[in-house]
Ligand binder design. Structure first.
Ligand code: DC
Length: 219
């Protein structure tokens, strides 16, 4: 394990399936840093909304309850955890129901404001790798290292389908494309290439190669 400045912040943004989670966890464990998966937080809020029968077609209904779910994110890169109202939801948030609903919930400004506050508190004095869509642009615009990680659409769908235990490739690609469109097109904190971000295409790189490249950017 190498070491990094104890207050370092590494922001890793990009679309679904670009390899952000494995990469971010790998960078954090190599450098002895904490790890925050902000996508898991949006998924956890979505899970809470679904289990409280909130009408997810109604942004006002989502906004009205955005302050209620109590989230806890564990930041060990070898064993990240997430609970809502004390319940471990790390498995449930990866299910189809949450995946289908998470992009519209994430587009609601009240949900984003709530999580932005929580994310900044967890980042605190740094020593962390944070992954998401708006980390380098909104959550931590002063991050020491900003990476925009992409891969081509077919590679992203193949990775995601394999992670999901071999689900249908065409359906996975369609679901990714629809989430990309919502995540990049929303009015509040869309997925963008942040100022000062290094664009890294992981299509033809192994996980270790991507981690090496990011570690080499860390001062
Ligand atoms: O990284 P992921 O696929 O688990 O993220 C799930 C959803 O959460 C994604 O479709 C968009 C949203 N998200 C977001 O809007 N902002 C973030 N910083 C992280 C995720």
């Amino acid at each position: 394990m190498s070491s990094a400045r104890p207050d370092i912040v590494v922001a890793i943004d990009g679309p679904s399936g670009s390899g952000k989670s494995s990469t971010s966890r790998g960078v954090a464990s190599r450098l002895g840093l904490r790890y925050l998966d902000t996508g898991a937080q949006f998924r956890a809020v979505t899970h809470w909304m679904l289990s409280h029968d909130v009408d997810l077609a109604d942004p006002d209904a989502i906004a009205a309850r955005a302050a209620e779910p109590q989230l806890q994110s564990g930041t060990d890169p070898l064993q990240p955890t997430i609970t809502v109202d004390g319940e471990d939801v790390s498995v449930a948030i990866r299910g189809e129901a949450v995946t289908a609903a998470v992009s519209p919930v994430s587009a609601v400004p009240e949900v984003r404001a709530r999580l932005l506050d929580l994310q900044r508190r967890i980042i605190g004095d740094g020593g962390i790798v944070v992954e998401g869509r708006d980390i380098g642009s909104v959550v931590a615009p002063d991050a020491d290292v900003k990476v925009y990680l992409t891969a081509d659409a077919a590679a992203r769908a193949a990775r995601r389908a394999a992670e999901e235990g071999g689900s249908d490739l065409a359906a996975t690609q369609a679901s990714l494309a629809s989430r990309d469109q919502i995540d990049s097109g929303r009015a509040t904190a869309p997925l963008v290439l942040a100022d000062g971000a290094v664009h890294l295409d992981s299509t033809y790189l192994s996980l270790d190669e991507v981690i090496d490249k990011i570690v080499s950017l860390v001062p």
